[in-house]
Design a protein around this ligand. Structure first.
Ligand code: AKB
Length: 317
């Protein structure tokens, strides 16, 4: 089957880099990017683009039929920090878009779906280190609840209707091209921007808060890998644990100081500290490594090198 792809939420942090990667792999005419507004002109102007509100099932169906789409990457979501400010909006957005896509697949109009879950499915009662694939999951954020419920529905649609839906639990993702928005792990991107601009960062998490993180290139690699794997290798149809590295804000400071020795930081934890404290500090992802050969590449120092080099070049151009 030749993939004809729709990316929902293509202007966002992960959606935008995924769009470029999928266009590179499948060709520009095979990949339709979509979002609710023209927030990322690089994506809007670099190939097929549609304004699409995937909360509206009719608009979604029209778009799928117009381009004869058979594969959907549903990257639109309200993340953990913003979700706590707008709980019902987060619930509506995260759940309705998922149901709209799953139902089109149930009716045979879509053949394959990628839907991202998150480490936010875990909660304070989950084992904190090397969190296993199958464990206690009592998320305390609205975002985490939507991801946990979404996982159950993905598995249900696979078991009952044979829908080929694939998912990974992303950790915090670090990238320089597009800013993340509304997440608890966003500090790990912002710190590089502020290091270059001011040589100083006011951090909203405390210095020893350890969270699972990953560089964008690794996240895109995992996403492409799980979607390209034969259906028979995808043994988990809720969502796979996925891990690269774990670090604290203090570790980041040490890494940044190797390049900017006068860099300073101040810690002023806000409401996001409680969210971060409820999440694991490291993840056991042996199923992903075994089932579809997942392997990460970037260490914290690799990420720091890449972020500082690319952001500095971006600022000066
Ligand atoms: C967030 O911080 O909300 C996200 C996530 C871990 O899913 N980056």
């Amino acid at each position: 089957m030749k993939s004809k792809i729709l990316i929902i939420g293509a202007c966002g942090q992960i959606g935008s880099e995924l769009t470029h990667k999928l266009r590179e792999i499948h060709g520009d005419d095979q990949v339709v990017a979509s979002d609710i507004s023209y927030t990322n002109l690089d994506i809007v102007n670099s190939g097929l683009f549609e304004i699409l509100d995937a909360q509206d099932p009719t608009s979604l169906k029209v778009c799928i039929e117009k381009y004869e789409i058979n594969t959907v990457y549903l990257m639109a979501a309200m993340l953990s920090a913003t979700g706590e400010k707008f709980p019902m909006k987060a619930w509506d957005l995260n759940m309705s878009t998922l149901f709209n896509v799953l139902d089109l697949a149930k009716n045979g109009q879509i053949k394959k779906i990628f839907w991202p879950s998150s480490i936010a499915v875990f909660g304070p009662t989950t084992p904190k280190t090397e969190t296993p694939q199958y464990t206690i999951m009592e998320p305390t954020t609205v975002y985490g609840i939507t991801k946990q419920v979404g996982e159950r529905w993905c598995e249900y649609y696979f078991n009952k209707y044979g829908v080929d839906v694939r998912s990974i639990r992303y950790p915090g993702i670090i990238s320089w091209k597009t800013l993340p928005g509304g997440g608890t792990t966003d500090y790990a991107v912002d710190i590089y921007h502020k290091a270059i601009a001011n040589n100083h960062y006011d951090c909203f998490l405390s210095e020893n808060t350890e969270l699972p993180m990953m560089y964008m290139e690794d996240a895109i690699k995992a996403t492409v890998q799980i979607m390209e794997a034969p259906a028979s290798s995808i043994k988990i149809r809720s969502s796979y644990n996925l891990s690269a590295i774990s670090f604290t804000p203090k570790d980041m400071v040490a890494s940044i100081k190797k390049h900017l020795k006068d860099f300073t930081i101040e810690y002023n934890p806000d409401f996001r500290q409680e969210i971060a404290d409820s999440w694991p500090s490291s993840i056991d992802d042996q199923d992903a490594r075994k089932d579809w050969n997942w392997k990460h590449q970037f260490s914290l120092d690799d990420i720091t090198d890449n972020m500082l080099t690319n952001l500095t070049a971006k600022v000066s151009s």
